[in-house]
Design a protein around this ligand. Structure first.
Ligand SMILES: Cc1ncc(COP(=O)(O)O)c(C=O)c1O
Length: 447
């Protein structure tokens, strides 16, 4: 399956690269030397020049089933020829309800209700709005503050960048939401460099939430949102006991805990969700990406029973939550999601990821001592290689490694001077070897 991309996939270069304003991209640099994919299969992309590129990042942390997963392709094709669209407001279609029930059954505890969105950013803004509205409908309308974390990434909506903690994503966009505070991040090489799996040091950083509560008073705080591990900031893993401590403090003060599982959901850690992996139950979970294995845009927000129930009061004919999207639970997305869940289950991909994790860990840590490497991190099927920045030229070294890997047939991702790896869950040992050796050569080749 890996090498089966037909030669016919090679396509001509577009005449005009100017019109498309590319997201999160150095447009002028890219357009001078574009990197274009025209097809993909299994673990590989095919470039416009006809080269195969090993996918070390599951697209953008989303193609967990691998490319062109047969069940997903079939489901999308069939759905496109069936119900094309059904309004999600005051109307429905059966697969949306089946999908929500199926997802609710996958989630631990009483995370029983599902609100559909089209992206991670929409899931985050939906979750924050539900948290605020929940306190409102339960008579706690003074709880309006939202607490995020430094280095957090929660997409690009105004809610998400307000609780997020990545400076470049915030500084150009005005005053953002008011009433937001941030926990400190947990990145610390002095204490945690080269940890295998979760670091030992840093659980006490969750206690900063007590300081924030003392400053603002619990009666003003609606929710805390964190990624179980910070993905986009460069795979910053939660210290042992940290998430448990956050849960305890939120419980003590009646604050809702939101896990942003847009990356960690659907098998990344070798468990269905991070909540299961870490054994910590939040009140709300945001997801997207792996829900459809990236094949059709879709997101979902899971809420616990008491939250949903709090809205199901008052006259039956009244709309309970004034929120939703034209494409919430789009039929095509529902079809893709059902097929992705079938693939995860029938091919045992979460278990496969868990079984592959020790090999992955050893492979990542085999890079210790290579040029420029100052830290290696791993958990489940996620990994990070942190590099010493070139003095005065931050991000250049990592980007040069990225380019070198791409030229030599492997796609990785960079954030700052960190290389991030999040392969499809179908990855095999031979792919891991190839990915790591390509990175090793690149590290040795760059300045
Ligand atoms: C944790 C987290 N939340 C939200 C998002 C935003 O998702 P999207 O790009 O689908 O809006 C991302 C994307 O990487 C993410 O990693």
């Amino acid at each position: 399956m890996d090498d089966a991309i037909p030669a016919s996939a090679v396509a001509p270069m577009p005449n005009n690269l100017e019109a498309f304003w590319m997201p999160f991209t150095a447009n002028r640099q890219f357009k001078k030397n574009p990197r274009l994919f025209v097809d993909a299969e299994g673990m590989y992309y095919k470039t416009i020049e006809g080269r195969e590129v090993l996918d070390g990042t599951a697209g953008l942390w989303c193609v967990n089933c691998g490319h062109k997963a047969p069940r997903i392709v079939k489901a999308i094709q069939e759905q496109a020829a069936g119900l094309d669209y059904s309004p999600p407001f005051q109307m429905g279609h059966p697969r949306a309800f089946d999908l929500a029930a199926r997802l609710a059954a996958m989630l631990p505890g009483d995370l029983d209700h599902v609100f559909f969105t089209n992206s991670g950013s929409e899931s985050v803004d939906t979750a924050l709005k539900i948290a605020l509205a929940y306190h409102n409908v339960t008579g706690n309308g003074t709880r309006t503050r939202l607490i995020g974390r430094e280095k957090g990434y929660h997409g690009v909506g105004f809610g998400g960048i307000s609780v997020g903690g990545m400076v470049m994503n915030r500084k150009f966009f005005g005053s953002l939401l008011t009433g937001v505070d941030h926990l400190p991040h947990t990145h610390n090489l002095e204490h945690n460099a080269y940890s295998r799996g979760q670091p030992e040091w840093g659980a006490h950083l969750a206690d900063e939430l007590e300081r924030i509560v003392a400053l603002h008073d619990a009666s003003t705080i609606a929710a805390v949102i964190v990624e179980p591990f910070a993905g986009s900031a460069g795979v910053i893993l939660p210290p042992k006991g940290y998430l448990q401590r956050l849960r305890e403090i939120c419980d003590k003060h009646g604050i809702l805990l939101v896990f942003d599982e847009v990356i960690t959901g659907f098998g990344r850690l070798g468990a269905s969700f991070a909540t299961e992996y870490f054994g910590v139950l939040p009140d709300i979970i945001t997801t997207a990406k792996g829900l459809t294995s990236g094949a059709v845009p879709m997101g979902a927000v899971f809420v616990r029973k008491h939250i949903y129930d709090a809205f199901m009061k008052g006259p039956e004919e009244a709309i309970e939550l004034f929120h939703g999207y034209t494409y919430s639970a789009h039929p095509l997305a529902c079809a893709a999601a059902h097929a992705a869940l079938d693939t995860y289950q029938e091919d045992g991909l979460f278990e496969r990821a868990a079984a592959m994790a020790p090999y992955w860990e050893d492979a990542i840590h085999s890079l210790k001592g290579e040029p420029h490497v100052i830290d290696l991190r791993n958990l489940g099927l996620v990994g990070a290689i942190e590099l010493e920045p070139i003095p005065g030229k931050p991000v250049k070294r990592a980007f040069d490694v990225f380019l070198n890997c791409y030229e030599h047939g492997a796609m990785i991702r960079t954030t700052g001077d960190i290389l991030a790896l999040t392969p499809p869950l179908i990855i095999e040992k031979t792919h891991i070897d190839r990915l790591i050796e390509t990175i090793r050569s690149a590290l040795r080749a760059v300045d």
